[in-house]
Write a protein that binds this ligand. Structure first.
Ligand SMILES: O=c1ccn([C@@H]2O[C@H](COP(=O)(O)O)[C@@H](O)[C@H]2O)c(=O)[nH]1
Length: 270
């Protein structure tokens, strides 16, 4: 999917909501455990109930890898279901990959070709030659970790190296890489006060913003400092939406939570 297609979809739906599909079998309704593929059954119900309210879905691959082959199969079924039934929806494999060049190429093939995701999250720590293999894929997006939502972000990312905070160096340097137009960045909603500075460096890039809901980030603050002329934001909520209820009404409860966020977004866009 191109960035312009994503922007059109945001405008059409008046939503820049991304729903995180982080499936934990201990948290889903018990009756689904009897299904042949409980993870996919859960995801399908959530997608069917919420696709009109969001523009992106983000399965975090950890929640699938944890269940071995069955988990990976469920991830494959989920991305295929999305691509076949909702091609207008932007898909993010939250896998946080990155390695030496030839290995990164294989990671990129796994997520962009075999699983056909629109984007994948990548860690910048190994530098240019570990990220450029992802950027080489046309109309696919590499979402680089810039300033993450967790407390540990202060261990390295905000430290000053050569007179500049490390996360700012990630932003500045990555802009010079080949095919950098395919870059987006992760900035945690819990770090909203950094967004004005971030926008000085990357005014036009899309930001994936996790941390609203369960982690306590605030949507209004993120929009105030992070929104650009093309909106430029994908706000993710995972647990806050998909685990709104553990009863039979789980999908409706998820839709209700998603609708609350979408209405808040619509009011901001109006
Ligand atoms: O900085 C980051 C990067 C990624 N994440 C991921 O986003 C979701 C957030 O889930 P919630 O349940 O809405 O808290 C999850 O997959 C994280 O691994 C992040 O939180 N922060």
């Amino acid at each position: 999917m191109t960035t312009n297609q994503l922007i059109s979809e945001i405008k059409k739906k008046q939503s820049f909501l991304c729903i995180g599909l982080d499936v934990d079998l201990n948290k889903i309704p018990e009756h689904l455990l009897k299904e042949e593929d409980p993870i996919f059954a859960f995801n399908k119900a959530i997608i069917d109930a919420t696709h009109h309210l969001c523009v992106a879905y983000k399965p975090n691959t950890a929640f699938y890898e944890a269940y071995g082959l069955k988990g990976w199969k469920a991830l494959e079924k989920t991305i295929n279901y999305l691509n076949e039934n909702h091609p207008e929806i932007f898909t993010i494999a939250d896998a946080k990959r990155g390695d030496i060049g030839n290995t990164s190429t294989m990671y990129a093939k796994a997520f962009f070709e075999d699983l056909a995701f629109d984007s994948v999250t990548v860690a910048p720590y190994m530098g240019k030659d570990s990220v450029e293999p992802f950027l080489a894929f046309e109309n696919k997006h590499t979402i680089l970790l810039a300033l993450t939502s967790n407390k540990g972000a202060f261990d390295f990312q905000t430290k000053t190296v050569d007179n500049q905070e490390l996360y700012k160096q990630v932003l500045e340097t990555s802009k010079t890489w080949n095919n950098s137009e395919n870059l987006m960045y992760v900035v945690g909603a819990t770090k909203a006060e950094y967004l004005a500075d971030i926008r000085q460096i990357i005014p036009d890039s899309f930001l994936l913003v996790p941390g609203v809901g369960a982690q306590g980030g605030n949507l209004q603050d993120v929009c105030k400092y992070g929104m650009n002329k093309s909106i430029g934001l994908l706000i993710n909520s995972s647990r806050g939406i998909i685990y709104a209820s553990k009863e039979d009404d789980f999908a409706q409860a998820a839709a209700k939570k998603a609708a609350e966020l979408q209405q808040e977004m619509k009011a901001i866009l109006d």
